[in-house]
Design a protein around this ligand. Structure first.
Ligand code: NAD
Length: 356
């Protein structure tokens, strides 16, 4: 059966890091999916290679800011729901060049909501059509050491152009429920890590720098704290919300897993040193890695000028999704990191071209 006849889930940003995990999770559950992605620098079509031959999968290259494209996708595929992940997602880039963040995250989300509302009002839109907006814990601002973790009712205090643009999109999504009756849910998740993450983000940056013997930059004194969740757990959380979450509700998703940046970097250095010690072939495959000349990974750590406006701590109170939807992460940080390290060791062909 053609995907268009299966009432697929429309996944925006599905060629990115989290979107591709969401697509893999959905197809593994037997759901049909259609992906809409503009294939920006952050996308990699190979992220979807594992499902490319799945007959319940379709891919459309297109931009969420392009209303005509969105109308065509809705009328061609008549999706039963939307999972909206397409975004500019890297905080550092939002400081260097914020305009793309406003364009995609705010204007793009607005266009998608408009198109979704128009589709919802057509007779071919299935009953119970839902819109799930994937957002971030960064919209809540920054915490001090003793502050309680963010709940779904924590006041929004975004501090970077990235988090402000995501906050803007969250408010638009809420308004389209309140004013136009679109059936929406929003999820605010903590930092993700795992396979297929673009190597500009902390964990893959650290791993690929170690393998190439490059500097591992740590902002400020490295004390900034983030909560970390394995990407497939996030994808499962999203699936749970789509299936059982209440329209109009917000769900925080987190890993009960707070780490200072410097501690994560040191942990990754230790794990990589252990991998090289256990497997002599790694030194031959990665001759620039410090282990190949008898040094340890942490020799590469270099403290650099702090990020402008760097939020000090994020922490997620994920008790609502646990209580109401029974969602808890499957992976511990230990198991998730081990899988991530293995993946980057075994998939140089994926990450190497992205370094340039
Ligand atoms: P990513 O940068 O890896 O992927 C984003 C995807 O969106 C890319 O495939 C890109 O091509 C696509 N895209 C960008 N602009 C587009 C446009 N105008 N039209 C269509 N597609 C476009 O990001 P990610 O880390 O996978 O994050 C996905 C979503 O999850 C984002 O909305 C992000 O805010 C949110 N989020 C990310 C994290 C995290 O730790 N990475 C945590 C919480 C929430």
């Amino acid at each position: 059966m053609a995907v268009a006849e299966e009432r697929p889930i429309l996944i925006t940003g599905g060629a990115g890091f989290i979107g591709s995990a969401v697509a893999r999770t959905a197809t593994a559950r037997g759901d049909a999916v259609v992906i809409l992605d503009a294939l920006t620098y952050a996308a990699c079509i190979d992220n979807l290679a594992g499902i490319a031959d799945n007959r319940h999968y379709a891919f459309e290259k297109g931009d969420i800011r392009d209303r005509a494209c969105l109308d065509r996708i809705f009328s061609t595929y008549r999706p039963r729901s939307v999972i909206h992940l397409a975004a500019e997602s890297h905080v550092d880039r939002s400081i260097d060049a914020p305009s793309a963040f406003i364009d995609t995250n705010v204007t793009g989300t607005f266009q998608l909501l408009e198109a979704a509302c128009a589709y919802r009002d057509q007779s071919h839109c299935p009953e119970g059509f839902r819109f799930l907006h994937v957002s971030t814990d960064e919209v809540y601002g920054s915490l001090s050491a003793g502050d309680p973790a963010f709940t779904e009712t924590t006041r929004y205090e975004p501090n970077s152009p990235y988090s402000a643009s995501k906050a803007g999109s969250d408010h638009l999504v809420r308004a389209y429920q309140h004013t136009f009756g679109l059936q929406v849910t929003t999820s605010n998740c903590s930092n993700n890590y795992g396979p297929y993450q673009f190597p500009e983000k902390l964990i893959p940056l650290c791993l690929t720098r170690i393998l190439d013997g490059g500097q591992i930059p740590v902002y400020g004194d490295g004390s900034n704290i983030r909560d970390w969740l394995y990407v497939t757990d996030h994808a499962r959380g999203i699936a749970n919300i789509l299936e059982s979450g209440k329209a109009g509700e917000v769900y925080n998703i987190g890993g009960h897993n707070e780490w200072a940046n410097l501690d994560i970097v040191r942990l990754l250095c230790r794990v990589m040193d252990e991998r090289f010690a256990a497997d002599e072939a790694l030194a031959m495959r990665f001759p620039n890695a410090p282990q190949s000349r008898g040094a340890n990974s942490d020799a590469l750590i270099e403290f650099v000028t702090d990020r402008a406006g760097h939020d000090w701590r994020y922490a997620i109170d994920a008790s609502k999704i646990e209580r109401e939807l029974g969602f808890v992460p499957d992976e511990t940080f230990e198991t998730g990191l081990a899988q991530t390290v293995d993946w980057y060791l075994n998939n140089e062909a994926w990450w190497r071209p992205l370094l340039s």
